[in-house]
Design a protein around this ligand. Structure first.
Ligand code: AKG
Length: 253
């Protein structure tokens, strides 16, 4: 991994950082294969969350609440991957513990671990400018560390992540969190400040939850999968009232 001090300095300043290609190739092959097995229903876990992608590429057309809809490589999201031993091994990789501890100075839990998939055949869908947090996440404190691992190349034009450096410093733009409304995008002249983050398979990016980030459809004809894990302070509580509060997985005990 690149030197931790300089990684974290860059992260605090810009809201993102590159760790380099740190996922070993054999482990990467295992995760790719497992992602396919899960989508195709060859490996199943009770409680995994699925969201099917659309073929129009439009975020507005996405459906919600359907879960697994049968074997298909066109799932957009698969969540709760800590249930799977291969994904869990990467989520719990000891390399990430000092990083997360330096960010939070506490024990660590995870809010979510999921794949964002852009299928080869469809190019997936565009993910608009957004922030990850706010009331929508229903937490007692805002997380600020996401570790994003490319399972495939994500070049320019291939669905790479784009970010507005420094945007995390302004905090949440809406209390709810999620998609950044157009009036904020316009007033900040967002398109003038975009930095694209093309990566090769196995590279890891850190993405601050409050950094404005997005990804376009992939135009390469190749699949683009990434695992993103949101690490947070283990002191963070789930505030939801409608159902029993969530207990969060602790990667390092
Ligand atoms: O992988 C992507 O396309 C988007 C990633 C993202 O939004 C995230 O990790 O929070």
């Amino acid at each position: 991994m690149n030197d931790l001090d300089s990684v974290l300095q860059h992260y605090e300043e810009h809201g993102y950082a590159r760790l380099g290609k740190v996922l070993p190739d054999d482990q990467m092959r295992g995760l790719r294969e497992r992602a396919e097995d899960i989508m195709m229903g060859r490996v199943t876990y009770e409680g995994l969350f699925f969201q099917k992608d659309v073929t129009t590429g439009r975020y507005e057309d996405l459906g919600y609440g359907q879960g697994w809809e049968g074997p298909s490589l066109n799932y957009r999201k698969i969540e709760k991957l800590e249930m799977d031993p291969l994904f869990r091994a990467w989520i719990c990789d000891p390399m990430f513990e000092p990083l997360a501890r330096r960010v939070y100075n506490t024990s660590i839990s995870i809010y979510r671990s999921l794949i964002f998939n852009k299928a080869a055949e469809t190019g997936g869908s565009a993910l608009p400018w957004h922030q990850d947090g706010g009331n929508f996440w229903g937490l007692s404190q805002e997380p600020k560390l996401q570790v994003w691992t490319a399972l495939d190349d994500a070049p320019l034009g291939g669905g790479c992540v784009e970010i507005v450096p420094g945007s995390h410093k302004r905090g949440l733009v809406t209390k709810l969190g999620g998609v950044v409304p157009d009036n904020f995008l316009e007033s900040e002249r967002t398109e003038e400040h975009v930095v694209s983050l093309p990566v090769v398979a196995g590279e890891v990016l850190l993405i601050h939850n409050h950094a404005w980030h997005r990804s376009a459809r992939s135009g390469t004809g190749n699949v683009r999968r990434a695992l993103t894990v949101c690490y947070m302070s283990a002191e963070t509580k789930c505030l939801r009232k409608k159902r029993a509060p969530r207990e969060f997985f602790r990667p390092w005990g």
